[in-house]
Structure formats: structure tokens, C-alpha cells
Design a protein around this ligand. Structure first.
Ligand SMILES: [Zn+2]
Length: 313
């Protein structure tokens, strides 16, 4: 197990399920339900997993891990795990994503961001204001100055306005949004809202969304492909060939298709167009931009930073 997945002075491992049982580890934290973090977990797993309720729902429902191994911790509340105080904080990443703040017996305070998108609102978090973090395990996904992108709200507004314009010009327009797993729900929810439509998802994706315990999500989704103008498809289906075939299946209602691909980072907001298909890559990020990360670190002033991404050794 790589060193940066263990917290020295504790029996804790973070997002480290690829390595089976790790010597000296008694609690396996899961920061959020993305496969590069839960990878290795299966229904046969008997490791003691610690996570919040939404991530716990997903682990039990999608991976079929037995209930007895999933220890659900509250958000924003100090709890004791294996004799050490820990508090889970909102990470502003995907639903259920948490940062972990550990108060070690020797007085050291350690913050593990999991995956996060730093936001100025974190600077008013009472738990972070009330302590001095020595060691920061940091999501360094976009840790280089060229990674600049708009706020999520700006990207959502762009997608919603674009979809609204196209549907107004041609009411026979089908709107598609790409999706990987958990996360980026705000994009398709905003498309549905501006178009006064529900969002149609596969049965599997529908079940995933039901784990998020969001009334807004639950009321917006359906599995009836004919009952919604906004369709969510796996990201790998967002090619011209596949979308042309997809549009043909709904030719009674639609003769044009616009697809939004919420990727982390793109150069341009110009669509790629082929015939009646338009594909927009939109820079909707659930990781910090370089400047957001810089501001957070300068505010937190840790003594030591350990990158958790692109960290080989
Ligand atoms: Zn993630």
C-alpha cells in the first residue's frame, strides 16, 4: 500500500481497498464513491469500512458489501474511531464526498481532502477554523497554473441557456447529457428544469440516484424514455455514430440532438457538429482549479502537503 494512503500514528487507511487487508490497519475510510477510490471493494469484502451515509448507501446497494462491515459516520460531528477523534466535512465533489479531519493523540491535526473542489465557503467551516492543520493530504488533480476553468454555476448556466435556445428554435430537439457514475447531477437537473422536463436514466443509473437521498433528484428522474426530453447516457455513448443511431430510435419525436459532455477541463465551448448532432464539451469540474487550490492552501497554511494524485511513490 503506498505510504500516502496511510495516516501515520493511526490504524487508518484512506481509499485503499486494492491491497486487501493491510498490516496494522483497523479502519478503512472511503472518502467517496468513485471507482478509483473504492476500487478493490467487492461483495466479499469483510474489511471495516468507514464512510458517510450516502457513500454507505452506494457501497451496500451497488457493490453489495454486507451491511455489518459498513460503519456510517455523521457529517460535521466529532466521533471517535479506534480511539482517535475524526470529523467528516463536505468536500464539494460528488454526492457523499467527504474530507476527513483527524485529531491525533499527540496533538497533530491531519486533513485528508479526498477528492475535493476547494471553495471559499470552506474558510468558514468551524472545525477548520478551530484547529491548525499540520499535515494536508491534498487532491492535486489540477495542480498547475494552466488549469483555469469557470465556476460550476457558470457552466450550468451556459448549458441550460444553450439547450433552451436550441429547443426553442426547434422543438424536435432531444437533449442528452453524458455521465460516468456519481457526480455532475447538477448539470442534467438544470437542463431538465429549464426545459420543464424530467430526466430519463437507465434502470441501473436510476438506482444509483436513489442512493443519494435527495428529494430534488428523486422527483426529477424517470426510466421512461418517452416521458423526458433530457436523457442521461454513459459518457462513452457520446460519439457522432452512437448518437445518430440513438436519435433514429426516437425519430417520431425528435430530428435533432444536442449532447453535453461534462468533462473536467476543455479548451473550447464551441460544439462539434455533424449533421443533426451537436456535442458540447463543457468544463464542469468537481476538482479544484489551480487558483482555488492555491487559495485554500494559503488559507489553511499546513506545515506539510502530501499529494494524493499523480503520486507514484
Ligand atoms: Zn472522485
Amino acid at each position: 500500500c503506498p505510504f500516502y494512503k496511510k495516516i501515520p500514528g493511526t490504524k487508518f487507511a484512506i481509499d485503499a481497498f486494492h491491497y486487501g487487508e493491510i498490516q496494522g490497519i483497523a479502519a478503512y475510510f472511503l472518502t467517496h464513491f468513485h471507482s478509483d477510490h473504492y476500487g478493490g471493494l467487492t461483495k466479499k469484502s469483510t474489511l471495516p469500512i468507514y464512510c458517510n451515509r450516502i457513500t454507505g448507501n452506494l457501497v451496500k446497494s451497488k457493490l453489495r458489501v454486507a451491511e455489518q462491515y459498513v460503519h456510517v459516520l455523521p457529517m460535521n460531528t466529532r466521533v471517535t474511531v479506534e480511539g482517535i477523534e475524526v470529523v467528516l466535512l463536505e468536500a464539494n465533489h460528488c454526492p457523499g464526498a467527504a474530507m476527513l479531519l483527524f485529531f491525533l493523540p499527540d496533538g497533530q491535526t491531519v486533513l485528508h481532502t479526498g477528492d475535493f473542489r476547494a471553495d471559499p465557503s470552506m474558510e468558514t467551516c468551524p472545525e477548520l477554523l478551530g484547529c491548525r492543520v499540520q499535515t494536508l493530504y491534498l487532491d492535486t488533480t489540477y495542480c498547475s497554473p494552466e488549469y483555469a476553468f469557470p465556476t460550476q454555476q457558470e457552466v450550468i448556466n451556459f448549458a441550460a441557456n444553450t439547450a433552451f435556445e436550441l429547443v426553442t428554435l426547434n422543438p424536435r430537439t432531444l437533449v442528452v447529457c453524458g455521465s460516468y457514475s456519481v457526480g455532475k447531477e447538477k448539470v442534467f437537473l438544470a437542463l431538465a428544469e429549464v426545459l420543464g422536463s424530467k430526466v430519463c436514466l437507465s434502470r441501473d443509473k436510476y438506482n444509483t440516484m436513489c442512493c443519494l437521498e435527495s428529494e430534488q433528484v428523486r422527483q426529477s428522474i424517470t426510466t421512461d424514455w418517452k416521458a423526458a426530453r433530457v436523457h442521461v447516457l454513459p459518457m462513452m455513448h457520446l460519439s457522432f455514430k452512437k448518437l445518430q443511431d440513438y436519435l433514429a430510435r426516437f425519430s417520431a419525436r425528435y430530428d435533432q440532438l444536442v449532447a453535453f459532455k461534462p468533462t473536467g477541463w476543455t479548451f473550447s465551448q464551441q460544439p462539434q457538429i455533424s449533421g443533426s448532432i451537436s456535442i458540447y464539451g463543457i468544463p464542469y469540474s468537481e476538482h479544484s482549479s489551480f487558483l482555488e487550490m492555491k487559495r485554500f492552501v494559503q488559507w489553511l497554511r499546513p506545515l506539510k502537503i502530501i499529494p494524493t494524485v499523480n503520486n507514484g511513490s
